[in-house]
Design a protein around this ligand. Sequence first.
Ligand SMILES: [Zn+2]
Length: 104
Amino acid sequence: MLRGTVVNNSRRCGKPNCRCAAGEALHVRTVLSYSKASRTRFLTLPQEMVEPVRQATQRYREARARLEAQGEAGLTELVNSLSPHSRARSRTRSQPQRRSTSES
Ligand SMILES: [Zn+2]
């Protein structure tokens, strides 16, 4: 897996005679955007590397999402276990059921 985001960048190359000089037909390149030492960096990808790198970053995002979900679940579990409300009779009534029969 691979940390970063594959994005398309369009830019001017700076040559005055180039088709991009008018600002309409910019050069499109696919880059890997990633942060290193709190700075965003770009790595230009060769065409044949775009799809493998894109999939690698997708695997990283999925793995990170799973990790964050597990960390969140562990945190929720700890908060609930230490909460004074859920400590008493948490086996029979974990969540207080709120019915809509009572009128306000
Ligand atoms: Zn150009």
